[in-house]
Design a binder for this molecule. Structure first.
Ligand SMILES: NC(=O)c1ccc[n+]([C@@H]2O[C@H](COP(=O)([O-])OP(=O)(O)OC[C@H]3O[C@@H](n4cnc5c(N)ncnc54)[C@H](O)[C@@H]3O)[C@@H](O)[C@H]2O)c1
Ligand SMILES: [Zn+2]
Length: 380
């Protein structure tokens, strides 16, 4: 485990979903193989690439070149970057552009971007002519390890995030780890929280490996491919068991019940990126598990230390503007959590830890100890 890894050529992770199975192709510079892979999958296909302005600046040309070298025509559809495009207006823009580009039932839509572009494009493809296949080319770390895998697509409602959507699996995912070199360090770090999450929720050995190898991963060494492949395998295994989240898939929400409440409390603004909320949320979930006697306090400290080591926020007090603007009080956070997750007879569902590497779905969590716990954390 201590010898430096070499860049593997290409790693392929199979998402085993029967007749909807697909490959996730992971590696440095695999974007160049997009055209050949699409041509092999769908000879004679026409495509449209949906991307955002920032990603277009860095990666649209290379994507178009790869398709064109394989003789595949590609229209381009460019939306504004950011969550503001995951809206009815964004969906209308993309859908109308796909129709104008004459993308038909047997054609392919290509999502080139982070989770916003992936969710929006996947949903547009799901409803275009009652369903057109699509390819994910995730360009953020979060998208490569999480949002591009598993088939959840959708947009936001003014009443809440991700309230409109469809399960629509891609037919291919191309995760080029070199593309991450142009991502801002803060975005990269936020995506890393989801990588660490796979270790904390189900794989202690992977978590220990991350503790030892995170520097190489951040620097673009071969640890990056290994971590992305391991994360995709973990997600693919859970999705294959429970595609529509009737059971185990909920484990992927580790850190997200607290995290979403913090995102909502900061208005889904740049004060807190999603992955940063997940990092704090994971620490809170670990600390709360420790307060219930499910894990020793040293396990919660271990999770916190690793996330802090890579520069992620781990405390409520780390949220930008906490000292000046404060944050919602415990009651307001409780209300936000109740809105986010189904409350059954006044009880909350949380993903808690039985060990580092073993998360469980706790369905009947009483609100009172959660409120008390949050109060103590807000004061700390
Ligand atoms: N479908 C799912 O299962 C799932 C899972 C997790 C998150 N999500 C969704 O994903 C979204 C968040 O995804 P995200 O964090 O990737 O956000 P994002 O798509 O907004 O990307 C973050 C920023 O990075 C920029 N960017 C992306 N790739 C880049 C690159 N290679 N170089 C330079 N800049 C680049 C984008 O332009 C954007 O400004 C949320 O809407 C969330 O709800 C979906
Ligand atoms: Zn997440």
């Amino acid at each position: 485990m201590t010898a430096p890894l070499k860049h593997p050529d290409t790693t392929i992770v199979d998402v085993a979903l029967g007749d909807r199975a697909y490959d996730i192709v992971i590696g440095r510079d695999v974007l160049g193989s997009l055209g050949a892979r699409v041509a092999a999958l769908r000879p004679g296909v026409r495509t449209a690439i949906v991307t955002d302005k920032t990603v277009a600046k860095h990666w649209l040309q290379a994507t178009e070149a790869s398709l064109s070298a394989a003789g595949i025509p590609a229209a381009r559809i460019i939306v504004d970057e950011g969550e503001g495009s995951k809206t009815y207006a964004g969906l209308e823009k993309v859908s109308e552009a796909l129709i104008a580009a004459k993308i038909e039932r047997n054609d392919l839509v290509i999502a080139l971007g982070g989770g916003v572009v992936g969710d929006l494009t996947g949903f547009a493809a799901a409803i275009l002519r009652r369903g057109v296949d699509f390819v994910q080319v995730p360009t953020s770390l979060l998208a490569q390890v999480d949002s591009s895998v598993g088939g959840k697509t959708g947009i936001n409602s003014p009443q809440g995030k991700n309230l409109l959507g469809a399960f629509h699996q891609p037919v291919l995912v191309i995760a080029d780890t070199a593309v991450l070199d142009t991502l801002s360090p803060r975005q990269f770090r936020a995506g890393y929280a989801e990588v660490a999450k796979y270790g904390v929720l189900g794989d202690e050995a992977f978590f220990a490996w991350l503790e030892a190898n995170h520097t190489d991963l951040f620097n673009g060494g071969a640890a990056r491919e290994h971590a992305i492949a391991t994360s995709c395998r973990a997600k693919a295994a859970i999705v294959a068991r429970d595609e529509r989240e009737t059971g185990d898939r909920a484990l992927l929400n580790l850190g997200h019940t607290f995290g979403h409440a913090l995102e909502a409390a900061t208005g889904f603004s740049d004060r807190l990126f999603h992955g940063e909320g997940v990092a704090i949320g994971m620490v809170l979930a670990a600390q709360f598990s420790a307060s219930l006697g499910m894990i020793p306090p040293s396990d919660a400290i271990r999770v916190e230390r690793h996330l802090a080591d890579v520069g992620l926020p781990t405390h409520l007090q780390d949220i930008a503007g906490f000292a000046q603007e404060g944050l919602a009080d415990a009651d307001a956070l409780m209300t936000l959590m109740a809105q986010d997750k189904k409350v059954r007879r006044g009880k909350l569902t949380f993903i808690l830890l039985e060990a580092v590497g073993r998360a469980v779905i706790a369905k009947d969590v009483e609100p009172a100890p959660v409120r008390e716990f949050l109060q103590s954390k807000l004061k700390a």
